[in-house]
Design a protein around this ligand. Structure first.
Ligand code: BYC
Ligand code: FE
Ligand code: FE
Length: 475
């Protein structure tokens, strides 16, 4: 089905056939725009940006590119095509037809999941609100705005589900998605990472690499859902998400490339000399990775979770790429060994738990393996440049605030530490005031087409076959 652009809300869900739903969404639309204007990218509302917009859900050619002012972006509601005869792929209801309506007994749980997903989308836009002012290039500025408008569309995707399937409660939740704000003392966003400030571009690239990747994995799990409209919504969101992964991976790769270029030019591995040359030394990068990776691991919830077991049993949320997990998609009598801290916190012991209860941990492991792929690639490039340094993702036990390891202390290799040792040594592993001050000092706005800030290498190519020096944002 094509997308109807003559409607005030572009959609492929036949919105005009349901006047009540359409009117409810049209009432939410100005509130969304008001939110965008006050909480979205600060200072760029009147600028033309080279943006892609979804125009069909066809795998080939689903987007068109155009110069658009962000407040005029056509945020719409697009679901992947319905698969006839799709059945539930896992849990107690495996093999039964998927649901087109929300079963009464699942209503509250499903609403909570959709609200949690929806809450992260505008949160990230709020976190990134000020970044445009310190863009390292017009190319990067455009990519930031592309990510921002698409996170805005992801909010629309969840709001559509809330309005279409959850009645008055859903409409109230949709309003609240615009009134919680990232970092707000009184009314913060739901999940931890989405209240962390993103005030520099190194953090932005770490966020798109590590935290948007949590998005990718959570969307993959929800794309397995027995609630078919949710599954189809998430399936299409994943198409857009691929670009967010790309921004993170290439952004970090370009920073690393610029760093080893400077190291080779100056024949040094001294962080102070590298910094003085206006680049980001690799140990500082490592500390930022430690921060964002550990924070993003928390987003998977507790390692052992009755919530997760219920989500799986009832068919609400599967494992990422459920089909890839062996033959057992019911996991009723399956067990798995997990590591957990001994009661006094100084050791590690093994325990058998029901597989269903360990679904968060299983998904987190798949996510961590995906995070490691880019690291291997970067290390290969570093080695090829003749430099001896290996980036390492910290151990999953490092700096955790959610799950079994929360409240205990571990170094990046996973060895237990006393609280005193942790206090004394964490500065080695996490961004220090000094690191942050250096990164901040590099954040200078570069807006001449094709020019890059000195701490990041140019990209290999531009957007949609245009040159790197194309004027992606007209300032
Ligand atoms: N911070 O049994 P537990 C994205 C809460 S990112 C604060 O341990 P459960 C994006 C939890 O909500 C993807 N609170 O975990 C990325 C629960 O509260 P309630 C977002 C946390 O429920 C970049 C309680 O602790 N999507 O799309 O099995 C840019 C106990 O929960 C945290 C989703 O997350 C935390 N880190 O799993 C833009 C999918 N972790 O319910 C976008 C929907 C847990 O007892 N959400 N809590 O009040 C879920 O599937 C689950 O809620 C979670 C938690 C996986 C988050
Ligand atoms: Fe998103
Ligand atoms: Fe994203």
């Amino acid at each position: 089905m094509g997308i109807d652009y003559s409607e005030s809300i572009p959609n492929n869900v036949n919105l005009s056939d349901d006047r009540k739903l359409q009117r409810a969404l049209e009432r939410w639309q100005p509130k969304f725009l008001e939110w965008w204007n006050t909480q979205g990218p600060d200072g760029f509302h009147s600028k033309d940006v080279y943006l892609r917009t979804a125009t069909s859900v066809d795998a080939k050619g689903w987007a068109t590119y155009d110069e658009t002012k962000m407040p005029d972006y056509r945020w719409g509601i697009f679901l992947a095509n319905q698969k006839p005869d799709r059945t539930i792929g896992f849990g107690d209801h495996k093999g039964e037809p998927v649901w087109q309506e929300v079963p009464g007994e699942q209503r509250a749980t499903l609403r909570r999941l959709i609200v949690t997903q929806g809450d992260t989308e505008p949160a990230s836009v709020e976190q990134q609100r000020q970044l445009g002012k310190t863009c390292p290039s017009l190319y990067d500025l455009r990519n930031l705005f592309q990510v921002n408008v698409e996170e805005g569309r992801h909010l629309w995707a969840m709001v559509y589900l809330l309005h279409a399937h959850f009645g008055r409660d859903g409409r109230e939740e949709a309003e609240m998605l615009l009134t919680r704000h990232s970092g707000d003392q009184d009314n913060p966003r739901i999940l931890g990472t989405f209240n962390e400030p993103i005030s520099d571009w190194l953090s932005f690239f770490c966020f798109t690499y590590f935290t948007d990747r949590d998005g990718k994995y959570q969307l993959k799990m929800l794309a397995e859902s027995a609630f078919d409209p949710l599954a189809r919504t998430c399936e299409f969101m994943l198409t857009e998400e691929a670009h967010h992964m790309f921004v993170g991976e290439t952004g970090l790769g370009r920073i690393i490339a610029r760093t080893y270029e400077v190291m080779n030019e100056l024949k040094t591995d001294d962080p102070a000399t590298i910094r003085a040359a206006g680049a980001i030394d690799l140990p500082t990068l490592q500390r930022y990775f430690n921060f964002w990776f550990s924070s993003s691991l928390d987003l998977f919830g507790s390692d052992v979770s009755t919530n997760a077991a219920n989500f799986f049993a009832s068919g609400l949320k599967g494992r990422p790429d459920e089909g890839k997990y062996d033959d057992d998609h019911v996991c009723r009598n399956a067990f798995i060994e997990i590591e957990k801290p001994t009661p006094n916190g100084t050791g590690i012991e093994i325990e058998q738990v029901a597989m269903r209860n360990a679904m968060n941990m299983i998904s987190r492991d798949a996510y961590a393996a995906d995070c490691a792929i880019g690291v291997v690639r970067w290390n290969r490039a570093i080695k090829k440049a003749g430099i001896e340094f290996e980036i390492k993702l910290p151990h999953q036990r490092f700096r955790r605030n959610v799950g079994l390891w929360a409240g205990f202390h571990f170094d990046p290799t996973g060895d237990a530490l006393s609280p005193e040792k942790w206090q004394a040594r964490q500065i080695e592993w996490l961004p220090s005031e000094d690191d942050r001050a250096h990164i901040k000092s590099l954040m200078i706005c570069v807006t001449e087409p094709g020019k890059m800030a000195g701490w990041i290498a140019p990209p290999a190519r531009g957007i949609n076959n245009l040159g790197v020096d194309y004027e992606y944002v007209r300032l």
